[in-house]
Design a protein around this ligand. Sequence first.
Ligand SMILES: NC(=O)c1ccc[n+]([C@@H]2O[C@H](COP(=O)([O-])OP(=O)(O)OC[C@H]3O[C@@H](n4cnc5c(N)ncnc54)[C@H](O)[C@@H]3O)[C@@H](O)[C@H]2O)c1
Length: 272
Amino acid sequence: MHPLLAFEGKRIVITGAYSGIGAALLELLRESGADHVEVLDIREPEATVEAFIETDMGNPVSIDAAIATLNSEDAPPIDVLFNNAGIAATHAPDKVMRVNTLGLKRLTDRLMPDMKAGGAIVNTASIAGNGWPGHLSEITALLGIDSWDEGVAWVADQADLVADGYLFSKECIQVYTMRMAKRATELGVRINSVCPSPVDTPLLPEFRQTMTDQAIDWAIAAGAGRVATAEDQARVLLFLASDMAGYINGVNLIVDGGFGAAMQTGQAAFPT
Ligand SMILES: NC(=O)c1ccc[n+]([C@@H]2O[C@H](COP(=O)([O-])OP(=O)(O)OC[C@H]3O[C@@H](n4cnc5c(N)ncnc54)[C@H](O)[C@@H]3O)[C@@H](O)[C@H]2O)c1
């Protein structure tokens, strides 16, 4: 293993590691020497971890309790934070926004200042968030709100913009990643995101339900011609968290098997 890809001795926190991309990431981290992994999830992972903190990322009380546990006395600073937990629009829009955006922001805003210099944050966003430039001013307004209740109220007021919650929640994560990069630099850490196209995880059937089979199958066919595996995405999460990516900051890395490239160059029109 290249030493820049090694995670031995690093304190790693992952949200959403029970299944899918997060579970694949846990395996890869172990293969990369990780010996201190703490998981925040509503379900306890089957894989052995150094700590499981039952946490609902859509609930500020639960998130704050997890932060208190993570910051308990004698705990070493966190080296790596993976914000991976997420849900589909099979849930109500306000819940999608709470778990995918408001919870991620709350946890990160509060953990980042005490992270170890040289550390990294990696968010799991989505290509579903690529439309952020059309909503930058609104997203900037939401991300400027620190209060949980005010954030929830903002989401309720913007029902048309938020729509089913999923696309907008991921647009917010792409913008959050870019906005936080400057502050990260000042603290000596980095923040980036991975933006997957459809991935073969327990969430995929839910995306088929909310986005249609036609849209999902098109994104797969026009990209790599096969659906991404959880490991395809976990490898990139691991890379961005590693010292190998030491000069990458504020980047939303599209991991879509070439789908976006084909679209942008007019080689992948949506079937009519
Ligand atoms: N599967 C895809 O096609 C796809 C595409 C793009 C982005 N993503 C993103 O990848 C991330 C991982 O999803 P996945 O596809 O591996 O699906 P998954 O359902 O297997 O994983 C989601 C994880 O989040 C946890 N979780 C769910 N609700 C939670 C909550 N309230 N609090 C804490 N943890 C919670 C789940 O228990 C699970 O471990 C998500 O952020 C998702 O939006 C997935």
